[in-house]
Design a protein. Structure first.
Length: 321
């Protein structure tokens, strides 16, 4: 039954148009040989960059996938954490060697960078490990995480790596939209970017009648955004805005009329420069939504599911007396 259920899942993924699937610990419950046989029915590759065959020392599954979408070259690889298993004696690990995720990630980035514009990791490490990996290994643009099974509506950007994850067991789906305006590996959440732009425009409009309290209030918000921008040009430009705004605040307190006028002109120019830099920056949106019974089922998949349920009806335990 478990084997047929796995075939059903693969056929469903075929109908859904999957491009790749990452191997997790539970996928190995039927053993490596069965999983390899099942993979032959898939119209997409089973990926794992750090699961090796114990006998040959070679990758058991395809280590990465190269795709081109509208001229964009994309590299996709996959990692699993050794800690996902119950220990060395876990039967799911039989015949397998799990390579260090950090070492495997470094090798994959080195392999994929000359061939791609964008690198995506399908991770089965869990969210804390995803965060650590993003700090340790540069060059991964997007981590699509799993195993922890949590919803992350506002994905963090860790050293230019976006970390995504949605809740487990098919309860939620996620839509990630990436807007590329340049080839620099810098990405900003659209909400974050728009809010900073609005704050800068608001500060600019307030300069004509700026008071100390107004300047300092806006400064706190802009400093908050400064810590979340990694692009050198934008970060440096924001630093100039903050520096000039502090000088203006001090000058207003000291009632230095002429100096304050000059600093307002200078700050206005700094704000315009920052807005110009932000205009061409890459951004993204992330939407998570619950999968409910009201959503229409795919007819082919629904037919296969009903046939499976008819063949293997659920057995219910009798109620306690």
């Amino acid at each position: 039954m478990a084997t047929e259920k796995t075939y059903l899942i693969v056929e469903s993924f075929n109908s859904m148009g999957y491009h790749a699937v990452a191997i997790g610990d539970d996928d190995l419950s039927l053993g490596k040989n069965t999983l390899l046989e099942i993979s032959k029915k898939a119209n997409f590759p089973f990926l794992s960059s750090n699961i090796l065959d114990e006998e040959s020392g070679k990758p058991l599954f395809q280590p990465y996938l190269l795709k081109e979408v509208d001229g964009l070259k994309i590299g996709i690889f996959s990692l699993i954490a050794p800690e996902s298993f119950l220990g060395p004696e876990d039967p799911r690990r039989k015949g397998l060697t799990i390579q260090s995720p950090v070492e495997a990630a470094q090798n994959m980035v080195k392999e994929l960078q000359p061939k791609t514009d964008l690198i995506i990791l399908l991770s089965h490490l869990g969210y804390p490990r995803d965060y650590e990996l993003a700090q340790m290994v540069s060059g991964i643009h997007v981590i699509v995480g799993s195993h922890t099974g949590i919803n992350i509506p506002y994905p963090p950007v860790v050293k230019n790596t976006i970390i995504l994850q949605a809740a487990s067991k098919g309860m939620y789906a996620g839509r990630f939209d990436l807007f590329l305006y340049n080839s620099e590996p810098n990405f900003y959440h659209t909400t974050l970017k728009r809010t900073l732009e609005n704050n800068l425009k608001y500060l600019k409009n307030r300069l004509a009648s700026a008071e100390v309290s107004g300047i300092e209030g806006m400064l706190q918000q802009i400093q908050f955004f400064h810590s979340r921008f990694y692009n050198t040009t934008v970060k440096k430009s924001l630093e100039e805005v903050i520096k000039t705004a502090k000088e203006l605040s001090t000058s207003l307190k000291l009632r230095e009329t002429e100096k304050s006028k000059w600093l307002k002109v200078k700050l206005n120019k700094r704000i315009d420069q920052t807005l110009e830099h932000l205009e061409g920056e890459n951004e993204f949106t992330n939407t998570l939504f619950a999968l409910s019974e009201q959503m229409k089922d795919h007819p082919e998949i629904l037919k296969m599911v009903n046939e499976f349920k008819a063949k293997y009806p659920e057995t219910r335990n009798p109620p306690p007396k």
